[in-house]
Structure formats: C-alpha cells, structure tokens
Design a protein around this ligand. Structure first.
Ligand code: ATP
Ligand code: MG
Length: 207
C-alpha cells in the first residue's frame, strides 16, 4: 500500500503542492489531474522519492520510504517525461540493459508483450531513430515487462496513438486485477476501470 500524509512539495522557494493526503491499496488506481503547472509532475516525483517532500511523508507498505529506499525502488516502476533510454542502442539492447539493471525480470510472455505493444518490428532499430510515440511504446512495454507492483507514471500515454492507448489500458487492467497499484498524471482520459479508480484534482498553489 502506498500512502502520503500532509505532503508538501516545493520547487525552489515555492510550495507547489500543499497538504496532500492519499492512500492506494492493491488493485487500485489514482489519477492526478490539473492544469499545466499545477504540480502533477512534482507530486508524482515526490511519491517516487525523486523530490524530497518539504513536509509530510510517503509510506510504502507502512514504512516511510526514506527508511528503506532500496526496498521501495525494487517494487517501484517509474516512468517520467524522460525515459532514460540510450539513443545509440537498439530497442533490444535497451530492453536487455533494463533487464540487467533489474528493471524487468525475465517475463514469461515477453514476446507477446512486445508484439501487443507494436514494438517487435522495431527491435533492431536505434532508439534515436524512433518517433516519439514509438519510443513511448517501448517505455511502456519495458514497464509492463518489469512486473513491479507499483506503477508511478507521469503522462504515460503522451504521444501514443489511440491503438496504443487501448493496448495500454488493457495492460493497466491486467496490472490492477493482479493486485498492482497505479498512480498516474494525465491530461488525456485513461480508460481505467472506474470502480478501481480515484481522482485527485490539483489547483495551483497561491504561494
Ligand atoms: N526544476 C524546477 N525548478 C523550479 N520550479 C519548477 C521546476 N519544475 C517545475 N517547476 C515549477 O513547478 C510548478 C509545477 O510544475 P509541474 O511540472 O509539477 O506541473 P505539471 O502539473 O506537471 O504541469 P504539466 O501539465 O505542464 O506537465 C510550475 O509552476 C513550474 O514552473
Ligand atoms: Mg507534468
């Protein structure tokens, strides 16, 4: 379970997000909405441990993530605006490198996942030769292959076409049905089972 209590997030000297409380159990999703600049990316980065909260705490399975960050990272799959791929390596090489880093275990259905993601024909193409949407599909396939219980995703379907968005919605569905958790920022509606989904709407902080 992921929770946050009275979380404040600052950027420079400005409080961007103030007093956020949230709690996500296995099988549940939280979608974070808000205008440009309202603090969605800042909040999700704080949940992932990439920005230290100015106040409050993020807890994973009941313990402050600061107490055992390595354990949290083992169970966390993070996808931000930057995907961390090496543009000079092929898709296959990047995925192999991610697996070697522990970003994904050997997935029983790896080929099926890559096929459904539409990236199989791209496996021997260098990352910097892909379109934005193709690249994002590879990042989402890497996420699915990782098999981590907690997904923290900043605009996951950015640049993805409707077919890709449908594929990824099915992946989210499988993830949640398997007891996984999802927190995602999104401008675009994500087709997530409404019964499993809560929404958080951010407004720009005055300070
Ligand atoms: N590195 C930074 N240093 C200082 N201020 C920042 C930094 N990154 C973001 N901000 C400020 O924090 C505020 C929130 O930014 P954030 O990226 O979290 O918004 P967002 O809701 O994700 O926006 P978008 O919808 O455009 O992705 C903005 O006012 C922005 O100017
Ligand atoms: Mg953002």
């Amino acid at each position: 379970m992921l929770s946050a209590r009275q979380l404040d997030v600052m950027r420079g000297s400005r409080t961007i997000v103030a007093g956020v409380d949230l709690c996500i159990d296995g099988g549940a999703a939280l979608l974070i909405h808000g205008a440009n600049g309202s603090g969605k990316s800042s909040l999700i980065a704080a949940l992932a441990g990439l920005l230290p909260p100015a106040r409050g705490a993020v807890c994973w399975r009941g313990a402050n993530v600061r107490d055992d960050p390595a354990r949290f990272r083992r169970e966390l799959a993070w996808l931000g605006h930057a995907d961390g791929f090496n543009g000079e390596l092929t898709v296959a090489e990047n995925l192999r490198f991610a697996a070697w880093l522990g970003a994904h275990a050997t997935h029983a259905n790896e080929r099926v996942v890559l096929d459904r993601a539409g990236v199989l024909p791209l496996m021997h193409t260098r990352l910097n030769r892909l379109s934005q949407g193709q690249r994002r599909r590879v990042a989402l396939a890497r996420l699915v292959l990782a098999g981590k219980p907690l997904w923290l995703l900043d605009e996951p379907t950015e640049a993805i076409d409707d077919t890709g968005a449908l594929w990824f919605a099915a992946c989210i569905d499988d993830h949640l049905r398997g007891g996984g958790m999802l927190v995602a920022t999104t401008h675009r509606p994500l087709a997530v089972d409404a019964a499993r989904t809560r929404h958080l709407y951010l407004e720009r902080c005055a300070s």
